[in-house]
Design a protein around this ligand. Structure first.
Ligand code: HEC
Length: 121
């Protein structure tokens, strides 16, 4: 599956002449897929922080809009890795943000961070 994704993104990159290396493009594609599967219900399809899951549980917190470069500049890759691994509560944020330690590999978390970063404009 992953290799199919690699080939597809490689072709896409070749066609579009993107400056991304095939490896970076594959990371991005893998991160996008994971985010759609596991994060969009809260963080929203576009990363705006408006997923339906938050309303469902009446969450009293709003995640940062991942598309907002200025706001996301306050989040280092390390800090993002930490909140994804350990969950919100462990880093002094809301426990609505789940912990993914043991559920996602380090490589998957890297892919997610690459994807989240790519959204900021
Ligand atoms: C059940 C809802 C929920 C799910 C699912 C969820 N998050 Fe979150 N996440 C939150 C909330 C709420 C916050 C804000 C916490 C705060 O500010 O106190 C947050 C915060 C974050 C932050 C810090 C920046 C920000 O957006 O505020 C990152 C990075 C993050 N989440 C990544 C992820 C990733 C990656 C996934 C999927 C693997 C994910 N989250 C899944 C609810 C969720």
């Amino acid at each position: 599956m992953k290799s199919v994704l690699r080939i597809l993104t490689f072709l896409l990159v070749a066609l579009l002449g993107s400056p991304l290396s095939p490896a970076a493009a594959a990371e991005l594609a893998a991160g996008a897929k994971l985010a759609a599967q596991r994060c969009a219900k809260c963080h929203g399809k576009t990363g705006a922080g408006d997923g339906p899951g938050l309303k469902k549980i009446n969450a009293d917190v709003v995640p940062v809009d991942w598309r907002n470069r200025a706001l996301m500049a306050k989040w280092s890759d390390e800090a993002m890795g930490r909140i994804i691994r350990e969950g919100g509560k462990a880093v002094g944020k809301s426990d609505v943000m789940p912990r993914y330690r043991g559920k996602l590999t380090d490589a998957q978390i890297e892919d997610l961070i690459t994807f989240i970063r790519s959204l900021a404009r």
